[in-house]
Design a protein around this ligand. Structure first.
Ligand code: ATP
Length: 230
């Protein structure tokens, strides 16, 4: 279980997260939804060690890892796919995959990445920066796949992509979940996120205002209130 308990966090003097508790059990899909600027990205940054909370605890499988650096969190099984993809544009597709690979042979990592998204196999020698936006996102997700991370944090991975690519990405997320990874999903495609999710948190102005199963959401009212017209 990845547990964020009673987290306060912010930037400089600006407090963004207020007493936030979010749990990501193993092999579950948890959607984190909310208005722009609610603090969703900030929460993922705390969960992957990019931002140290001012109070509260980050615990993974019972171990308190509050304040630990990102590489320690990565070793504990956390992989963060940030908004804006986070691939290395001046490295090739293959190099992007290899630097992320967990144990095992490097050829195997490339093969696994190609099972995630077959198109990547045709692009191995190309610079990541020369790929289309959708292909870069696929590469970012394939990198998360080859890490073997148990807890995958996904920040708006479908943003700005063509509907057909969004379909492909959600299909992959479904497979990632079936593969036994826990997913913490920040998404603008609310209905799609809810289809996949076992549990959902709604965030507003740095606080969790709803936590429950998707079926408990009065979707008309809550979605209208928090999320506009999706
Ligand atoms: P969005 O959907 O717009 O990405 P979000 O829910 O992910 O929103 P955050 O990106 O976590 O929200 O931002 C929460 C608040 O923190 C916002 O008010 C934002 O302006 C502020 N903020 C985010 N990053 C920084 C930063 N690096 N320095 C200062 N303030 C920041």
């Amino acid at each position: 279980m990845l547990e964020l308990d009673d987290i306060d966090a912010g930037y400089g003097g600006a407090r963004v997260l207020r007493e936030v508790s979010v749990w990501l059990p193993p092999q579950s899909v948890v959607a984190l939804l909310g208005t722009n600027g609610a603090g969703k990205t900030t929460l993922l940054r705390v969960a992957s060690g990019l931002l140290t909370p001012t109070s509260g605890h980050l615990t993974i499988n019972g171990k308190d890892l509050t304040g630990k650096r990102p590489h320690t969190l990565a070793r504990a099984g956390v992989c963060h796919v940030p908004e804006g993809r986070g691939v290395f544009p001046t490295l090739t597709v293959k190099e992007n995959i290899l630097i992320q690979a967990a144990g095992g042979s490097l050829d195997e990592a490339v093969e696994r990445a190609a099972t995630a998204f077959p198109i990547l196999k045709e692009k191995l020698g190309q610079l990541a920066g020369s790929l289309s936006g959708g292909q870069q996102q696929m590469l970012a997700l394939a990198r998360a796949y080859v890490t073997d991370a148990d807890y995958v944090l996904l920040d708006e991975v479908s943003m700005g992509l063509a509907p057909v690519v969004v379909d492909e990405i959600f299909e992959f997320l479904g497979r990632l979940a079936e593969d036994g990874r826990a997913l913490l999903l920040v998404e603008q495609y609310v209905s799609r996120a809810l289809e996949l999710a076992d549990y959902v948190y709604l965030m507003n102005r740095g606080r969790i205002e709803f936590a429950g199963e998707p079926g408990e959401l009065d979707s008309d009212r809550l979605v209208a209130q928090y999320l506009g017209a999706h």
